[in-house]
Design a protein around this ligand. Structure first.
Ligand SMILES: Nc1ncnc2c1ncn2[C@@H]1O[C@H](COP(=O)(O)OP(=O)(O)OP(=O)(O)O)[C@@H](O)[C@H]1O
Length: 388
């Protein structure tokens, strides 16, 4: 496999990719999966509130990162944005057109423009089809005949993603995980999309090749001016890819902003906690010692106790409060709106009644997980449940 990525000339200008026109806007986007029970007549007895009132804007040509722990609703959001799932409530506007409930025919003109790359390159490629058939599939479905023919276009796309045009007649099992994901990228590029939603595109890959695929996607995004929604549970991956980042928790966005705001000046305690778990990202935070080696010693560590609560019965008020070391009574009764907190830059919004200071200066260590604390040799019988 060649690592070389040869890209055709950029289709449209995307200077830094971050300040284009709104391409896709989601307002109050909600997906509740019904839970049914009872016998003999099945009735609806509840709902999994996978995504609950999400607002976000993806601009033309930008890379937008969506981050959060497993189960917080990232994949569901990705599938809603690409209209693979029908929203329960809210609106999706793509290039000024409301596509929230658009049917097959109404969606047809946009189907080609919005593509998805899936997490598992093994499951997302049909093992019985050749690479040529897989990559040309979207052109066939949409009746697109590029100049020079589909085969020539597929061979060109294979080169674009760092594979050989000679791979046209091979089958998926003949490729490694990284190569298969490249095939998935070629397929997503086949219709010259304007937006690609990449759902954890590297998390199933060997760590040693994750960077190669991230670099490929970044080149594609920048050179071709394609907007990306890059879904990841790992803040480190998104940091290298996205100009803007949104942090999700239990179906809601709790913080959104430019990369620097999120990584250097996180205002929401949850973002802070996620960042402190990423050594590389934590070094970026504005500690008194700056970003040099001494920052490591003074860096705050936050370990969150337990898992994300059930989305069937999320906590009242702020959904993060049950794991938050700053939680007070108000957090249980009032849901904090997503706002620009005092001291935050433009476009940097957070949903917290008691946001972190705009500069991260604390040097104490907060460990909220009793098991971790014990494992690390602390002897107190009660672990702290608040900042010391
Ligand atoms: N089809 C479905 N029916 C019922 N519940 C679902 C369905 N799809 C997802 N869920 C639930 O919705 C919640 C959010 O799931 P989702 O896959 O969107 O989260 P995620 O953040 O992408 O997690 P992961 O990284 O593990 O995929 C989870 O509790 C999940 O179990």
């Amino acid at each position: 496999m060649s690592d070389k990525v040869s890209l055709p000339a950029p289709r449209e200008a995307a200077p830094d990719g971050a300040r284009g026109e709104p391409l896709l806007v989601a307002e109050g986007l909600t997906k509740h999966f019904p839970i049914t029970g009872g016998f003999p007549v099945k009735r609806r007895i509840g709902a999994v509130q996978a995504v609950d009132g999400l607002d976000l804007t993806v601009r033309a040509g930008e890379s937008f990162g969506l981050v959060g722990e497993s189960g917080c609703g990232k994949s569901t959001t990705g599938r809603l944005l690409t209209r693979l799932l029908e929203p329960t409530a809210g609106r999706i506007v793509y290039r000024g057109r409301d596509i929230t409930h658009a049917g097959r025919r109404e969606l047809a003109p946009f189907r080609a423009e919005i593509q998805m790359i899936f997490q598992d390159p093994y499951a997302s490629l049909n093992p019985r089809h050749t690479v040529g058939k897989i990559v040309s599939g979207p052109m066939e479905i949409n009746g697109i005949d590029p100049p020079g023919g589909r085969e020539a276009r597929v061979r060109e796309l294979l080169e674009t993603v760092g594979l050989s045009p000679e791979h046209y007649n091979r089958f998926p099992h003949e490729f490694s995980g990284g190569q298969r994901q490249r095939i998935g990228v070629a397929r997503a590029l086949a219709l010259e999309p304007k937006l690609i939603v990449a759902d954890e595109p590297v998390s199933a890959l060997d760590v040693s090749i994750q960077a190669q695929v991230v670099n490929l996607l970044r080149d594609v995004q920048r050179e071709l001016g394609i907007a990306f929604v890059f879904i990841a549970h790992d803040l480190a991956v998104v940091r290298h890819f996205s100009q803007r980042v949104a942090v999700m928790y239990l179906g809601k966005i709790v913080e959104v902003g430019d990369r620097d705001d999120i990584y250097r000046r996180p205002r929401h305690p949850y973002t802070h906690a996620l960042l402190s778990a990423v050594p590389e990202a934590a070094d970026l935070m504005d500690t008194p010692a700056g970003g040099d080696g001494s920052a490591r010693a003074s860096r705050e560590r936050i370990r969150l106790a337990g898992d994300v609560p059930s989305p069937i019965r999320p906590p009242s008020g702020c959904r993060f409060r049950t794991r938050c070391w700053k939680a007070r009574e108000e957090c249980a009764t009032e849901e904090p709106p997503l706002l620009r907190a005092e001291g935050s830059g433009p476009g940097h919004l957070s949903a917290c009644h008691f946001p972190e200071p705009p500069t991260v200066e604390r040097t104490t260590e907060v460990i909220l997980d009793p098991a971790l604390r014990a494992a690390e040799g602390h002897t107190e019988s009660q672990p702290p449940n608040h900042a010391q």
